[in-house]
Write a protein that binds this ligand. Structure first.
Ligand code: SF4
Length: 415
């Protein structure tokens, strides 16, 4: 059951920074909701292709999008992308400090610097003071895989949480020298225990907002699980102000995963479909996996916060999913449709998904109470008869326990 009254954690207080998009500014930290980031995979010089991906990411739930700024053509691309992007754009800069300055010239809403790659203090301070003059926040993006060599040596040739935190603090000290404090920080690693501990330690020593991620998590599903393990563990401790899934996949999958995680943890209001489905078992009267994925595909673009349940049998399904706005349970080549636990129609099995969509539309237009006025008066009785018949055939217990117990006793008595 989704209980919005229970909060997953008290957020650790952080200062707030803002990415100043002209029509859609996004704040990170403070009382701002945890935001979702993703990164484009196109060449930034490909303006139309990159914008298309930014729009797809926006549609999937991304609040902020990052694009690489690795050469002059990418910086020029940014200048053309930024006025047309629906979300703030952050330029990702690794090795060349001049690319950070070019990205600022392009009008980016934020910068990400890797302290392991841009090391000369005069370059770091120049970027920070230029960003300060323009009111552009910077993320100090420490990465376990590209830690500053000096720290690597200092910490015994190992990447440790302490080394990652120190790297962030060194960069922060340069920023402070020029009076720049519009900063968020990340200390990502591909090892979940390492990144969790690094963020824990970092949150003890700074109140700058934190950007969470497990770097190079890999392809789904393993990558999604790894990223979720690290990000969710920290969010459950109240640590984290913005998140990114780094998956080897279409970045739309990153944005979707971020949205689903925040919705599941009660950190973001659900705006679209929440499909729940039973795991299926020996009682299932239909291919639950197929029906659930057909329903997901048919309903996922709905822009109302609706919870839809797909249950494999009418014996347990409607009861287990009684809190869903809409649901369907299979039984005897039929689908029992229910709204808030009340059976409203019994439909042919082949029409289950089509009818789910029709009732979802009805709920979108008239609300749950309005939809209930269309309930088929005889449906509840038909459903109850189907359920009783199935119970009769299968018994309350699909494992036929009593018969098995008799069998065990019989065999034991024989030997
Ligand atoms: S709803 Fe029915 S088919 Fe699905 S897991 Fe429960 S008992 Fe099994």
């Amino acid at each position: 059951m989704d209980d919005g009254s229970i909060s997953i954690a008290t957020r650790r207080p952080t200062r707030k920074i803002t990415l100043a998009h002209r029509s859609n500014p996004v704040s990170v930290g403070g009382d701002a909701p945890v935001s979702i980031q993703s990164m484009t995979t196109t060449k930034t010089a490909d303006v139309e292709g990159t914008l298309q991906q930014i729009y797809s990411l926006f549609g999937a739930g991304a609040d902020i999008v990052r694009c690489t700024c690795n050469d002059a053509s990418a910086a020029e691309g940014l200048a053309r992308i930024i006025p047309r992007s629906p979300v703030p754009v952050i330029a990702d800069v690794h090795n060349n400090y001049r690319m950070a300055l070019a990205a600022l010239d392009a009008g980016v809403h934020g910068l990400r610097l890797n302290p392991g790659n841009i090391r000369r203090p005069e370059h770091i301070k120049l970027i920070a003071s230029e960003a300060k003059d323009r009111g552009v926040p910077i993320r100090i993006g420490v990465n376990g895989g590209s830690l500053d060599e000096r720290l690597y040596v200092k910490y015994g040739g190992r990447v440790t949480p302490e080394a990652m935190v120190e790297s962030a603090q060194m960069e922060l000290a340069y920023f402070e020298e020029v009076g720049f404090d519009q900063v968020k920080i990340s200390v990502k690693a591909s090892s979940v225990p390492l990144m969790v501990e690094a963020y824990r330690q970092l949150s003890e020593v700074t109140d700058h907002p934190l950007h969470l991620g497990v770097t190079e998590a890999g392809p789904p599903p393993a990558g999604t699980v790894k990223a979720t393990a690290g990000i969710a563990a920290l969010l459950a401790e109240g640590i984290g102000d913005t998140i990114r899934y780094s998956l080897t996949a279409d970045p739309v999958e990153e944005a979707k995963a971020g949205r689903v995680l925040l919705e599941a943890m009660g950190l973001r209001e659900r705006k679209g479909l929440d499909l729940i489905a039973c795991p299926s078992c020996g009682r299932a009267e239909v291919d639950v996996i197929q029906v659930a994925s057909d329903a997901q595909a048919a309903l996922e673009d709905m822009e109302i916060p609706i919870q839809v349940a797909v249950m494999g049998c009418v014996v347990n399904g409607p009861g287990e999913a009684r809190d869903a706005d809409l649901g369907i349970a299979a039984g005897r080549q039929k689908g029992h449709l229910f709204v808030k636990g009340q059976v409203v129609a019994v439909v042919a099995e082949k029409d289950m998904v089509k009818e789910l969509v029709r009732w979802a539309d009805m709920i979108a237009e008239e609300g749950v109470d309005g939809a209930l006025t269309h309930a088929d008066a005889g449906a509840a009785a038909v459903a109850e008869a189907d359920r009783a018949e199935l119970l009769d055939v299968q018994g309350e217990d699909v494992n036929r326990s009593e018969q098995r117990v008799d069998l065990i006793r019989k065999h034991l008595a024989e030997h």
